[in-house]
Design a protein around this ligand. Structure first.
Ligand code: MG
Length: 161
């Protein structure tokens, strides 16, 4: 049995502002506020990319997709995720599973979770049951609780091919 595994974790945060699109886990969610970002501000995907890069000690998302580059201005984060998975594959590894926790006060995320899992699994080329998405409020505490921002944590396990 091949037991060459690595784990990675990632974290991201974006500020929320009125009138912007809210895209989380690759899914556009109707809301009065959206993420302020150089890209589409998808915190869940950004945390996931950092977890994948971290598993293989490849640096962080800012190193590979700098927010100073016009190439990434307004970019769909699904493209960044696909490119990150390509890097993992080129190194001879594949994703076993990913577990993402989203922290935001509003709106309720539960109705969108199945769509997020399907979307992320499809972009990464894994089964839906290998992608977990969880969401929690912060009980109105901190910047997330005041609806000033949104945060995400991601953990991944990767296995050598
Ligand atoms: Mg980000």
């Amino acid at each position: 049995m091949n037991c060459d595994f690595r784990i990675g974790n990632g974290y991201d945060v974006h500020r929320l502002a009125p009138g912007l699109k809210l895209t989380l886990g690759g899914v556009e969610i109707p809301h009065t506020k959206g993420c302020v970002a150089h890209s589409d501000g998808d915190v869940m995907i950004h945390a996931l990319c950092d977890a994948l890069l971290g598993a293989l000690a490849l640096g962080d998302i800012g190193r590979h997709f700098p927010d100073t580059s016009d190439e990434f201005k307004g970019i769909d984060s699904k493209i960044l995720l696909r490119r990150t998975c390509d890097m993992v594959q080129q190194k001879g590894w594949h994703l076993v599973n990913a577990d993402i926790t989203l922290l935001l006060q509003a709106p309720k995320i539960a109705p969108y979770v199945p769509q997020m899992r399907a979307c992320l699994a499809s972009v990464m080329g894994v089964a839906e049951d290998a992608v977990s998405v969880k969401a929690t409020t912060t009980e109105r505490l901190g910047f997330t609780g005041r609806e000033e921002g949104v945060e995400a944590y991601a953990s991944v396990l990767v296995c050598r091919d």
